[in-house]
Design a protein around this ligand. Sequence first.
Ligand code: GRG
Length: 282
Amino acid sequence: MEIKSFQEFHKKILPEFDKFLTDKLTAEIKQPMMRDSMLYSLNSGGKRVRPMLMLATVYSAGVKYEDLPKYFDIAGAVELIHTYSLIHDDLPEMDNDDYRRGKLTSHKEFGTGPAVLAGDGLLTQAFYWIAKSDLDTSKRMAAVRILSHNAGPMGMVAGQMTDITKEDKKLNIDELTALHKQKTADLISAAITIGASCANHQLSKELVAYAEDVGLAFQLKDDLDDADDGEDADKNTFPNLIGKQATQEKLRNLVNEALNAVLKEEKFDKNLLVSFLEYFKK
Ligand code: GRG
């Protein structure tokens, strides 16, 4: 079966992946409040960009579509970590948001204590899923190494720490770029590099460049969307620092860099990762 675009891939595989996530967590988590709070945020309408990028990379590296469910545990682990990060990010002591994806945030629905624990549960369960996956030990170890490196205190968590401690300080462009690379780009790029590693694809500097560019582009698009919605002008964002036009220009450059990088990738079906870049076009 040949799939020509990321959009087609996403539409086709998503229902099976969503069912996998819900069935697996429902079977594993027995404590009712734990299960309900984890499932509430996992199934509240996220786009599943990260696990879809991971699976698309696995497919692009030559794994047959029919064999992709073998990689669902690892893709699921990436989504569990993303979900935990959003729950904790929304907490009163962090961003203090009442709504996400048009629904009450976890702490508004369940209370702050349960929301902290729902996040803790999702984070820990992610590594349980990787450990219990049927993939070879070396692939599981690669997933643990990349995910813990990029999502933990050397990556996303460090970015969040910078964000909350520098909130009242105006960051310069280099500081803001470094923050966004860790806070947002590291988990997205991990999804792609884990996909390649799990599919036995030699990780090239081109694929790493594509992954990092896409990760940062994701944040720029989010900043631009927020600016269109009239978000706080005091926040540390690219549009607030360099203006909307310059941010759009920077986004276009990143997308072009990502495109040029992935086109150089050898022994790789480029259709899906090239068409993913449509996501950044208005
Ligand atoms: C609390 C450890 C910890 C980390 C939080 C990711 C993050 C770090 C905070 C989120 C802040 C934010 C909204 C950043 C913008 C980019 C971003 C991650 C957007 C949300 O990701 P999507 O668009 O969300 O993939 P959905 O809802 O589709 O899952």
